[in-house]
Structure formats: C-alpha cells, structure tokens
Design a protein around this ligand. Structure first.
Ligand code: ADP
Ligand code: MG
Length: 351
C-alpha cells in the first residue's frame, strides 16, 4: 500500500517511518513516535515535551477510534452498520453517531460531492488495495445508485444508525483521520503540552506554538506543501501557522496505476470515476482537523469555483488550490500564511 509520510520541515528524520518507542522517557530531547494506525503512518512529535505517557495515550486513542470507524476490520461499529444495511438499525457509540452527523452535514453542504455512503464505489475501484481495477460501466452505475447520504438514518436519542438500502456502505475515509487528529490534540491539551505536531497520514495538527530559540513558545510552525507531481518531501511552498490543522486532498495521496494511467482515490459521486478537474490538490487550513479533512475532500471533488465559494462561506477556513497548469490560488486569509518555494515551476495567481 502507498504510505503517506510526514511533510514537516525540520522533521526529515521521520522519513524512516519506523515505529519508535521512547527508550528511557528522556525529556528535553526531540522525540517522535510513529505507528501505523487508521490505515496510514501516524506520527506525533512533542519535541522537548516528549512523554511516553502522552504518546501512549494518543496511540491508544487512535486505535480505539480505528476500532470504531474502520471498514477494513470486522465488527467495528461502522462495519456493523454496513453489515446491517437494509436490515436494521444498529446500536453504536455516541462518538460514532456524532461523527456520522458531521459527515452528513458535510454531504449536505457539498451537495453530495462529499458523501460518507460512497463505500460501494470505493470498494469497486479498490484504489489503495492490492487489487485495483477499472470497473465496468454497469457496475459503476450500480454503485452510484447505492450512494445517497439521505439514506443514512441517524437516531441520536436511541444511539442507532441505519443505512436504508441493502448493499449500501459507509466509508469515513475522508473524515475519520481529521476527527482522530482532533482527539489526539485534546490529549495534548489535557497534558498541558505547549506545542507539537500530530500528523496522521497528512492530516496535520500544528498544535499551539513552536518553541523559539529564546525558549518561548511563540513561534510559527512551518508545514511544507507537497508538490503533487514530484517525490514525497518536494515542496511547492510552506504554510506558516500557529494552532491550526492543515489537510490536503489531491491526486497523489493514494492512487493506482492501471494500463499506464493513474487513478486516484477521490471519487466523483456524479460519474463514479476519480474526480477529474483542473486541480492537483486542495489544502484546507482550519481550527478543527475534522473540518479540514472533510472540506479538503469536498472542495477537491467540487472543483475550484464551487469549492472556493464553499470555503468562503465558512468562518476561519482557508484554502490553497494547486492547478494542473502550475498556478496556485489562495483564499484571502491564506495569503499571509503561504510562502512560495518552487517559484521556478509554480506561480501565484491573484485573480
Ligand atoms: P486521504 O485519505 O488521503 O487523507 P481524503 O481525506 O481526501 O484523503 O479521503 C479520501 C478517502 O475518502 C478515499 O480513500 C475514500 O475512502 C473516501 N472517499 C473517496 N471519494 C469520496 C467522496 N466523494 N466523498 C467522501 N469520501 C470519499
Ligand atoms: Mg479528507
């Protein structure tokens, strides 16, 4: 499987990607933990506030969320909802209910471009699986007919969720990592950590502030924006932020090459194919990682015009759009955060 690695400047040692356990809980050393969870490489770097307890608490929580939300494991809450599609409502944890409600809100907000019931189509293409395929048109039509967030019935009081029609399937792959990153940040907050980076396969939380050379936690985090057409770690530019989540959806995150053509993993709920527009990637900067995650997928799927209109209707949400012709557009609030790095290939557009 194609793994996503951290894109954080100054953390290149991360690219070894191995699981590290803090051997002696040394403080005052830069320490990073990396583990495979939620279908991706997850890393947490607390720098000189590294604490084995905090790392363990975070990864326990990530596995707990995986065990509720994954569709690649039997018997998770979301898997049980899928197994009972068209049969009966299923009792699930309250946090699953809440995430489903959020997913449904984003489906409505994006006019269904983001849809948590996209599962049958994701399964059909199998992008990122061992066996990706270009499906027959008939199979695509059948999968499309099963996608409709309005047929996800959530009963908050009863604590149940239900997919109305058999063979419908939830897939929270476009929102769950963002939710998990927010939950990880809550653990940092409770532990009183002054700053750190959480990176769940590219869902980044730049938590609070970076430590400055004078020892004060007042600095900005510098997060590299991956060049969608080049090797990992090749940056178009840098986002400088404090206490924000940064999430990118693009053609390079996960893809399969079939008969010499690349097929990426964000699928159009309109035509059943990988979304094909003039965008290479969309990066969302928001306070909550769940919002940034859902919106990055939604905006990428909607395309630039509609996607930008959507972001601009929301408070404290900014975006960076990278186009196939190497243009870059920024929302108003993103202008002060972004520094172009690869000016030889990319150019900032101001319209
Ligand atoms: P990543 O997983 O690389 O962070 P995204 O957040 O954009 O990327 O999520 C993509 C995943 O979301 C896909 O792998 C799939 O599981 C699911 N997905 C694909 N298309 C859609 C869609 N139109 N709406 C909602 N989820 C989608
Ligand atoms: Mg997403």
């Amino acid at each position: 499987m194609f793994l996503h690695y951290a894109m954080i400047l100054g953390m290149f040692f991360l690219l070894t990607g191995c699981t590290q356990k803090n051997p002696d809980s040394r403080m005052n050393t830069s320490q990073v933990y990396a583990e495979f969870a939620l279908g991706t490489v997850c890393t947490v770097n607390l720098y000189d506030h590294s604490s084995e307890k905090v790392y363990n608490d975070i990864f326990s929580r990530l596995f707990e969320i995986e065990n509720l939300m994954s569709i690649n494991k039997a018997d998770t809450d979301v898997d049980r909802i899928n197994q009972n599609a068209g049969i009966k409502p299923v009792q699930v944890h309250q946090e699953v209910i809440e995430l489903l409600e959020k997913a449904r809100d984003y489906a409505e907000l994006s006019g269904g471009a983001f849809d948590p019931t996209v599962g049958p189509l994701v399964r059909l293409w199998g992008i990122g699986s061992a066996d990706p395929q270009i499906p027959e048109q008939e199979a695509i039509q059948e999968a499309l007919s099963l996608i409709n967030w309005r047929d996800l019935v959530i009963d908050k009081e009863a604590g149940t969720a239900f997919l109305r029609r058999s063979n419908m399937m939830l897939d929270l792959g476009a929102i769950a990592k963002g939710y998990a990153a927010d939950e990880a940040a809550k653990i940092l907050s409770k532990a009183g950590v002054p700053g750190g980076i959480i990176d769940l396969g590219g869902n980044i939380v730049a938590y609070k502030n970076k430590k400055e050379s004078n020892g004060e936690y007042t600095g900005f985090w510098r997060i590299g924006l991956q060049n969608p057409l080049e090797d990992r770690g090749t940056y178009i530019g840098i986002l400088e932020v404090q206490h924000k989540s940064i999430v990118t959806s693009g053609i390079y995150e996960r893809y399969a090459e079939i008969n010499g053509t690349r097929y990426h993993h964000i699928l159009s709920t309109a035509n059943g194919y990988p979304v094909d527009n003039d965008l290479l990637s969309v990066t969302i900067i928001a306070d909550a990682s769940m919002d940034a995650d859902a919106l990055s997928t939604a905006v990428f799927a909607l395309g630039y015009e509609k996607g930008r209109t959507l972001i601009e209707s929301l408070d404290r949400v900014e975006g960076v759009f990278v186009f196939a012709d190497k243009g870059i557009r920024l929302t108003q609030g993103a202008k002060s955060m972004f520094r172009l790095h690869d000016a030889a290939s990319y150019c900032l557009l101001t319209d």
